[in-house]
Design a protein around this ligand. Structure first.
Ligand SMILES: [Zn+2]
Length: 361
């Protein structure tokens, strides 16, 4: 295995060890926030942060891993390669860095996208005092997404419903209904929650603790599951008409995509984790993107999420079927083998470079 791939982890605890060791060896100031749940091995779970650079650095690079749990293998491996590859000492003067590892450590450890409450963290940052955004499409197919049993008759009936929806609305219409976020089915998938989650509350505390001094923040949130194998799509955040989006374009160039204008592989989603930065650090100019790495075709990725949801509610994780579903899930969000890991790091290094140049422009 290559040295780059070896910096990617085999499980959550391995990822945490690698991250904390590399951050400490690079002179980072570490803080850990304990999640109230445990991992499948009984191990404790944390959101860990590491800060680099002068305490008063006004420009801050922020890297985030595991907003979507299992997708954390990608961001974790990129961070460890950045640390061990001499990232911190190469930062320009007046640029610091904050690495946030294990935004959703429960999902990371349990090989899930969701957290301990079955909530999608990247749909949870809406204003919970206001009416939730509707998703009529999801309501139409909710039963098919979580069939009563995982047997041939139930699955065949469910498939009919999904196929018919795709025929009426197109494949991307189906993807949007499934992944756009929903607030009506707590036992479903892509559920945004009915209150701020632990990860939501904790990351707000992290921003206040670590970024209060910042004047400019450049954030990269690592994700996986959409796009061609190993390709990292730079997804812009927010309305393309706003000045924040123009700044994202200036930093990252024409390859920046937007769900709002139809150039992204992602459907429009609301309540993303990056919404917390302008709220908790209002004096800083915030420029955030999601770096979304492709793995397998979208139908396989959504099927993995659907199986995982069914498994945790009705199945047995220790059964042969449970282990098979978990392996399917992990591969769809963290493909095995050195090739994918090397593609992830090569692209991450390039995109981090753009963020640093943007911060100092
Ligand atoms: Zn994601």
């Amino acid at each position: 295995m290559s040295a780059i791939a070896a910096n990617f982890a085999t499980d959550y605890q391995d990822a945490r060890r690698k991250f904390c060791a590399a951050a400490a060896a690079s002179g980072g100031q570490l803080r850990s926030y304990r999640n109230p749940t445990l991992g499948p091995d009984g191990g404790r779970l944390f959101m860990d942060t590491a800060r680099f650079g002068d305490d008063g650095a006004s420009n801050m690079l922020v890297l985030m891993a595991a907003t979507h749990g299992v997708e954390g293998f990608c961001g974790s491996g990129a961070m460890v390669n950045w640390l061990l590859g001499g990232g911190p000492p190469r930062l320009p003067r007046n640029v610091g860095a904050l690495l946030i590892h294990g935004v959703n450590p429960h999902g990371f450890a349990w090989i899930r996208r969701v957290n301990e409450d079955n909530v999608d963290i990247n749909r949870n940052f809406v204003d919970h005092a206001k009416p939730y955004p509707p998703n009529d499409g999801y309501a139409e197919i909710a039963g098919a997404l979580k069939p009563p049993a995982w047997d041939e008759p139930s699955l065949a009936a469910a498939q009919k419903v999904l196929d018919s929806y795709a025929q009426q609305h197109g494949a991307f219409g189906l993807q949007a209904a499934v992944t756009g976020g929903q607030y009506t089915h707590p036992d479903g998938i892509f559920f945004g929650g009915h209150k701020p989650t632990w990860s939501n509350r904790t990351i707000r505390a992290v921003i206040r603790n670590e970024l209060g001094h910042a004047r400019r923040i450049g954030c990269i949130d690592f994700h996986t599951g959409l796009g061609p194998f190993g390709h990292g799509e730079i997804i812009g955040i927010g309305d393309p008409a706003l000045s924040a989006f123009a700044r994202q374009k200036a930093w990252y160039g024409d390859e920046l995509t937007s769900p709002q204008d139809g150039t992204s592989t992602s459907a429009v989603v609301v309540g993303v984790v990056m919404d917390a930065f302008p709220q908790e650090a209002p004096d800083a100019e915030f420029t955030g993107i999601a770096l979304e790495y492709g793995t397998y075709p979208v139908p396989e990725v959504l099927e993995a999420v659907r199986r995982d949801n069914w498994l945790h509610q009705h199945g047995d994780l220790r059964s042969a079927q449970g282990r098979e579903m978990k392996a399917y899930m992990q591969e769809r969000f963290y493909p095995a083998g050195a090739k994918w890991a090397e593609l992830v790091w090569a692209r991450a290094e390039e995109v981090i470079g753009k963020a640093v140049r943007g911060l100092t422009a």
